[in-house]
Write a protein that binds this ligand. Sequence first.
Ligand SMILES: [Fe+2]
Length: 200
Amino acid sequence: MDPSIDTLTDGPAERPLHRLRDFVDTLDALIARTDDEAILLTEGGRALAGLIAHDDWLPDSYAKPDPERYRQYLLHRGSAGGYSVVSFVWGPGQNTPVHDHTVWGLVGVLRGAEIAERYAVGPGRLDPLGSERLEAGAVVAVSPRVGDVHRVRNAFQDRVSISIHVYGADISAVPRHIFDESGRPKEFISGYADAPALSF
Ligand SMILES: [Fe+2]
């Protein structure tokens, strides 16, 4: 590991990026040890909860909202594209369409709050399964096994919310789906917004 990433001057204060590096080290060790999704979600979720327990490390360049739509900044791509860590930045009132992931994922709220609505895709329809408000510090899991279809929005109309997402693949290389009200899928691949390189 490059010691120069212990702190990164990007904004008014130096950022303790060792928190992100420790998290990535934990994920690397976990993924090397098992491919059991239940263990990955439980232990990865615990590590993510530790990362988002402190909101002092995310560089400002990875926390910038866009006035038009939510943004996704790549923080780290695991070796051989085996996982990705993404900063997901919501402007006031912004939301995703109903979508799936097709791989396991973890969502941890770093700043603000989000509303997540889960769905089951039925023939010709979407069935709501319930919604929950996720406050800063909350971690939830998604996957085809535990429930993969949801819509997420910023709980606030007047401020930015940010969550840190981990996916069991480089999510920018995964074909997945958005769904209209009748449950009709449309393939999409999400991309990353530009940000200065954050090297580990
Ligand atoms: Fe999602």
